[in-house]
Design a protein around this ligand. Structure first.
Ligand code: ATP
Ligand code: MG
Length: 384
C-alpha cells in the first residue's frame, strides 16, 4: 500500500501542491520554516483525521484562506484503480469533511483503515515519557489494524463508560448511585472490556517478538522490557473489579479501572526507560516500536490478500541520531519496502543511505517570497 498522488491546498504556508511520490523513500529537504513538517502534517490529517501538531484543525488552514483541502490516491492492486481519500475543513465549520472513493460522509475509521500511518518525529520520546493515553493509542492502532472485532468492542466500552461515569457523578450529588442502572452499564463495560483485553493480549504476544528483533537490529539494549497492563486487577474479572470499585468510583466521580486504563510499560532493568535512556536511545526505542508495528501489520495480512504496508512519516530523521544509527534506521526501513516520507533540513542528508534498487525521490521545499513579521514566506515543493 502506498500513496501515488497527493494534491493539497490551503495547508499552512504551502503553495498548492500536486505531486506523485515514490512508492519507496521520499526525502524532503528545505530550510527551517519552509513547510516540511506541514507536508507530513497534511498526509497525517488525510489518514488520521487529525494533526500531530494541534488539536485545532482551524490553525492548519492557511492564513487568509477559507479552507484546506487534501486529496490522496493510493496505488491500486494489480492495475485496479486506487482508493481515493479526501479531507476538507472550512474555516467557518467545525466538522471535517471526509471522503473515501468519492463518497461523502466517510467514517474516520474507514480512512484510518485505508491508509495506515506511523509517525516518527522529534516528539517521539513522549511515547515513553508522556501519559498512558499515547501508548494506549499506539497499542490500539495495532489491534485495530489486525483484529476486526476490536472497533465494535472499543466503541461499546466507550459508550458504557460514559454512562457509568455519568451515573457515578449523579450518585455523588445524590448520595448514592442508581444500582440497577449501574448493573446494566457495568455488564456492558465488562463484556466489551474483556473482549478488548483479549484482543490486545493476542496482539501483544505477536508484537513483542517483532519488537525485540527490531530493537536488536537498531540498538541492542540489555534488559529492556515491554509489558502490557490491562487496566484492572490481574486476578479478577472486570465485572468484579467494577462492582468492588463502586464506592470509591462514586467518590471520585469516574471509573478507575477498566480497558480505558490499559498501558504499555517500557522498562530498562526495572526502571522506567525514560529515566535511564539518552535522548538518541529514546528515539531509537520509539523507532523500533513504530517500525515493529509496520512489520507486524505486514506479516498479519490475510492469506490470499495483498500485504498491507504502513506509510511512515518521519520528521527530521537525522535529529538526535549519529551517522551510524541513521544508517541502521534507513536499512531497516528500506528492508520493509514500505513508503516513507522523510524530512531533513540538511540538503545532503540521507542521500547515500539507500541501496541503488530502492525507488528514492528527493524533494525540496523552497521558500518563496519575503518573510515579514506575521507573514511567513510560502513554501513551494519542487523535485530535485
Ligand atoms: N496557518 C498558517 N498559514 C500560513 N503559514 C503558516 C500557518 N501555520 C504555520 N505557518 C508557517 O508555516 C511555515 C512552515 O512551518 P513548518 O513547521 O512546516 O516548517 P519546517 O520546514 O518543518 O521547519 P523546521 O525545519 O524548522 O522544522 C512556518 O514559517 C510557519 O510560521
Ligand atoms: Mg519541521
Amino acid at each position: 500500500m502506498s500513496i501515488e498522488q497527493l494534491n493539497f491546498h490551503g495547508l499552512r504556508n504551502l503553495q498548492p501542491l500536486s505531486f506523485a511520490p515514490a512508492a519507496g523513500i521520499n526525502v524532503i529537504t528545505g530550510a527551517n520554516g519552509s513547510g516540511k513538517t506541514s507536508l507530513l502534517e497534511g498526509i497525517h490529517i488525510l489518514g488520521m483525521g487529525r494533526s500531530f501538531r494541534t488539536r485545532q484543525l482551524k490553525n492548519v488552514i492557511q492564513h487568509d484562506a477559507g479552507e484546506f483541502a487534501l486529496f490522496g490516491r493510493l496505488a491500486g492492486e494489480q492495475g485496479a484503480a486506487g482508493t481515493t481519500l479526501g479531507v476538507r475543513r472550512l474555516r467557518d465549520e467545525r466538522e471535517l469533511e471526509l471522503r473515501l472513493r468519492g463518497e461523502r460522509h466517510a467514517r474516520l475509521a474507514e480512512l484510518v483503515e485505508a491508509l495506515p500511518l506511523q509517525l516518527i518525529n522529534p516528539d517521539a520520546f513522549r511515547l515513553l515519557e508522556g501519559p498512558p493515553a499515547g501508548r494506549r493509542e499506539f497499542l490500539d492502532w495495532g489491534v485495530f489494524h489486525v483484529k476486526q472485532a476490536f472497533l465494535p468492542a472499543w466503541k461499546g466500552a466507550r459508550r458504557a463508560l460514559k454512562h457509568r461515569n455519568a451515573l457515578l457523578r449523579r450518585g455523588r450529588i445524590e448520595g448514592r448511585p442508581d444500582a440497577a442502572q449501574l448493573d446494566v452499564w457495568e455488564q456492558e463495560l465488562a463484556r466489551c472490556g474483556e473482549t478488548m483485553d483479549r484482543l490486545r493480549q493476542e496482539w501483544f504476544s505477536a508484537f513483542l517478538p517483532v519488537f525485540e528483533e527490531t530493537l536488536k537490529a537498531l540498538l541492542p539494549l540489555e534488559g529492556l522490557s515491554l509489558h502490557y497492563a490491562r487496566g484492572w486487577d490481574k486476578k479478577r474479572p472486570l465485572a468484579d473489579a467494577l462492582h468492588a470499585g463502586r464506592a470509591t468510583d462514586t467518590q471520585m466521580g469516574f471509573t478507575q479501572q477498566g480497558p480505558q486504563r490499559a498501558d504499555l510499560r517500557i522498562r530498562l532493568r526495572k526502571k522506567p526507560a525514560i529515566e535511564v535512556l539518552s535522548r538518541g536511545q529514546q528515539k531509537l526505542v520509539v523507532s523500533a516500536l513504530k517500525l515493529a508495528q509496520g512489520r507486524l501489520l505486514e506479516s498479519s495480512s490475510a492469506p490470499g490478500t495483498a500485504v498491507r504496508h504502513c506509510v511512515y512519516l518521519i520528521d527530521d530523521l537525522p535529529a538526535e541520531l549519529d551517522g551510524r544509527y541513521q544508517q541502521r534506521f534507513c536499512e531497516l526501513l528500506e528492508a520493509m519496502q514500505c513508503q516513507a516520507f522523510i524530512t531533513s533540513v540538511e540538503p545532503g542528508a540521507l542521500q547515500n543511505r539507500w541501496l541503488s534498487e530502492t525507488a528514492v525521490r528527493m524533494f525540496h521545499v523552497k521558500h518563496v517570497g519575503r518573510e515579514e513579521p506575521g507573514q511567513p514566506a510560502s513554501g513551494r515543493l519542487v523535485e530535485r
